[in-house]
Design a protein. Structure first.
Length: 172
């Protein structure tokens, strides 16, 4: 029977050989990278979010094989709508898509000025899931259209009347 430092070294190597593969972090087989997960909008705006999808599922995927799940959003302010799948494309195994439209967000017209966040997750027909992506939208107030001061309007109207009256006297 082995004893001493050599036996200790053999046990350590066996332990590393058994534990190391279990500790290795495998890359997700389905990923979705949203191009700009942060956006600003005013009430009533519609935002379109795009991104790149990576397929390592072992299967070729069609755009219609992919679904988005939204969670954690304020239903009174944010309305997400999946547009992924409207434009058809094929995503072979071990490839990534071009930048494609994923979803739109409708911001309620009466949305309060605040920052709103939610999560989106992609899955395919075969039960593969991407990691959750956080999306943040800063709702800003509507930009008011500056109106001319009432005094300026009054002076303009008065000058128009004076000019008209002078022309009338010159013609008579």
């Amino acid at each position: 029977m082995l004893r001493g430092p050599m036996w200790f070294l053999i046990r350590i190597l066996i332990l590393i050989g058994v534990v190391a593969p279990a500790l290795s972090v495998a890359a997700p087989i389905l990923t979705m990278a949203v191009t700009k997960p942060f956006a600003s909008a005013a009430g009533g705006d519609t935002l379109t979010f795009t991104g790149v999808i990576t397929n390592r599922t072992g299967l070729s995927l069609e755009a219609t094989d992919l679904f988005l799940s939204f969670s954690g959003f304020d239903v009174d302010v944010i309305t997400p709508t999946q547009v992924l799948g409207i434009t058809p494309f094929t995503l072979p195994n071990n490839t990534f898509s071009p930048d494609v439209e994923l979803f739109t967000i409708d911001v309620a017209p009466d949305a309060a000025v605040a920052s709103y966040g939610f999560q989106v997750l992609m899955q395919d027909l075969y039960g593969n899931f991407s990691e959750v992506t956080d999306i943040n939208i800063d709702v800003t107030g509507a930009v008011p259209v500056p109106e001319p001061p009432i005094v300026v309007l009054f002076i303009f109207a008065l000058s128009a009347l004076v000019t008209r009256r002078r022309r009338h006297h010159l013609l008579v």
